[in-house]
Design a protein around this ligand. Structure first.
Ligand code: AMP
Ligand code: MG
Length: 313
């Protein structure tokens, strides 16, 4: 309930910030990939394109959801023999490359661990050390930390192919921009305040770009006065406790943006900044637990006081 409310609020904030005089030619809200997806498209083909996007998201869910019993991922997790299309093979290869690049902070095989914490069944509990060890050893696939970003980039290719002029998609907090706003200015994307339903900062973004946020407020439970969230540290098996409330990554490649947002959240502000210095092909905004906001120099941030992350340490 609380999560649903937050998602709706996030969507509303995004909508408020679209704020332009011209109405979108096609706006649509759907539920797919376990999230609320908002589409706003402008241009001649907006209507058929919105139908094509719905099919795309449903098909990605049918292939990659670990909880759809007939999905490719579920069959892989059961150890069944599967034949992958070149596209499916490429996605898994990219995901494995991101795991290696982030030193395992982005870990696409944590399904059993998330299940042990009850994040799938919503029957929340703190697992024992033995359960954590068993869950980590089972290495069952879960692309939940990267699939929405991947979907965003697939969606952008579809918008391009179908000749849509411009658009903005919000996949449960994963935002994809396509082109500029109708008045030619940048999109304004809100970064949610982790403690409220307002926003902590605003990002200006243009062109085909993914803006992906991982935050400790997106899915969590409380037990005996302790708050446990859904982004797990593969080293401890516990929710990452790295001094962050959220990380937003801005990157042209949605899969990369999504995987890195999760990984940087696990790494924390210092290691995350060091990672960016070594791989400066994206921008990032860190909302720290102590209230500081850190941003890479290319992030076009407003509406907040922040410290710029330096190129040299
Ligand atoms: P995100 O919201 O993109 O950060 O993804 C979080 C989701 O990915 C969780 O709900 C889990 O399903 C899964 N997950 C949790 N921790 C990790 C991790 N360290 N690496 C990859 N996936 C994770
Ligand atoms: Mg992610």
């Amino acid at each position: 309930m609380r999560r649903g409310l937050r998602l709706i609020c996030a969507v509303m904030v995004c909508l408020l910030l679209v704020g332009c005089g011209e109405e979108p030619e096609k706006s649509r809200t759907i539920f797919a990939m376990d999230t609320i997806i908002e589409l706003h498209l402008w241009g001649g083909n907006a209507e058929p394109c919105s139908d094509a996007l719905v099919s795309l998201f449903q098909s990605l869910e049918q292939t990659w959801s670990p909880t759809v019993e007939t999905s490719l991922l579920a069959r892989m997790n059961r150890g069944e023999e599967v034949t992958l299309t070149p596209e499916e093979e490429a996605l898994l290869a990219q995901v494995e490359a991101l795991e290696a690049e982030t030193g395992g902070a982005f870990h696409p095989r944590l399904l059993a661990l998330s299940q042990a914490w009850g994040f799938y069944s919503r029957d929340y509990r703190v697992p024992t050390q033995q359960e954590i060890a068993d869950a980590l050893a089972s290495r069952r696939w879960d692309l939940g930390a990267a699939l929405k970003g991947y979907a965003g980039t697939q969606a952008a290719a579809l918008l391009e192919e179908m000749g849509v002029d411009r658009g903005i998609l919000n996949l449960g907090g994963n935002v994809l921009t396509f082109g500029t706003k109708p008045d030619g200015t940048d999109w304004q994307i809100a970064i949610q305040d982790p403690d409220g339903d307002g926003y902590a900062a605003v990002l200006s973004v243009s062109g085909t770009m993914s803006v992906v946020t991982s935050g400790d407020y997106q899915r969590y439970f409380e037990m005996d006065g302790v708050r446990y969230h859904h982004i797990l540290d593969p080293e401890t098996g516990y929710p990452a406790d790295s001094g962050l409330r959220s990380v937003t990554v801005i990157c042209a490649d949605g899969l990369r943006a999504d995987a890195l947002a999760t990984a940087l959240f696990v790494m924390g502000p210092e290691a995350g900044s060091a990672f960016w210095r070594e791989h400066p092909d994206f921008e990032a905004v860190f909302l720290c637990s102590d209230g500081r906001i850190l941003a890479t120099p290319g992030a076009k941030l407003s509406g907040c006081v922040y410290e710029e992350i330096g190129y040299a340490q």
